[in-house]
Design a protein around this ligand. Sequence first.
Ligand code: PAZ
Length: 367
Amino acid sequence: MGEMSPAQAESMYFNNYPPPKALQKHESLARAFIDYHVEANRRLVLVTSGGTTVPLENQTVRFIDNFSAGTRGATSAEYFLQAGYAVIFLHRQFSLLPYSRHYSHSTNCFLDFMDEATCSSSAGGEGPNHGPIVVRDEYQDEMRDVLRQYRYAKKNNLLLLLPFTTVSEYLFELRSLAQLMRPLGPNALFYLAAAVSDFFIPRDRMVEHKIQSSEIPDSVRQQQQQQGQEDAIDPADVYTGENEAQPPTNSKKLIIDLDPVPKFLHRLVDGWAPDGSMIVSFKLETDPGILVYKARTALQRYSHHLVIGNLLSTRKWEVVFVTPDPPHERWIRVPKSKRSKSISGVEDQVGLAEHSRQLAAGGGGDQ
Ligand code: PAZ
């Protein structure tokens, strides 16, 4: 049998997994949001953000994850909102969110931003020690600014937050959202900053129950079988690499056998996304020697508009834009003097959203 086409790989993957429980609800929220902005002829960007998990068990106790906190996605979403876009923020549940990121996940507890105002009046009969809770003086200006932007986005229905957790949830959501975005045509932008796992366990090899680290006695299994619970702990489901003839100890090695996640960027570009939309993907590497090569290869393979390359260790202040047109490769760096820490402890980073937008409009950015 020959190699599968991207469309065949798509149906094979999506037919093998049940859609995420929240998909229908997310689709109806997204449909209403998109219709609203199509009506207003507003540009709309789908920002994906955060890491995806790879469950090891169907009833998931353990999973593989990655480092992404969602800083890039949440920060970029704010820049897009500032530039007049409506934003669908498809993010890993509990990762950083636009605006609240300034005060969450930080080394400070959010309570450190607050104080109890001293109140000398005894109005309400509560005495001097019961003043209202206020933001500490040193945080007033920044918090006011963030609060105003947040309120503006909310009031004008400019930001839709949709969470995912696993890699399969992410892929289902991405496909649905891209298809729903079709009426936007060239007003649609895809900004794929999520760190999507390259490997997963196909459903037909996934065990149902928690993987065991030691032998379950035959007597327990037999008892279960008698009770009609054959599928509760099935040793055949657990691929452990144990020496079956002579297990050396009671505890088992766990060997995980992962398949590559099908590359759906092809399908996004050629099938799901609206005609005329712009597609920006990210490429993360740790080895500086291969970053540009990998970014260029992705651009050639998927024929989209822009790959933004970044290295794990320097991603907060330098990235490389790899484009089909000259100059083909452009580094953007935050000057050292601007690599300050914000009050949230999250370092400022390149305004990539703004740079992508300029690029879409045919303009340039800082070198
Ligand atoms: O979420 P974060 O700010 O910690 O990291 C951002 C990033 C490195 C995940 C993103 O810039 C990126 O490169 N995403 C794509 C990763 C990849 O699949 O290669």
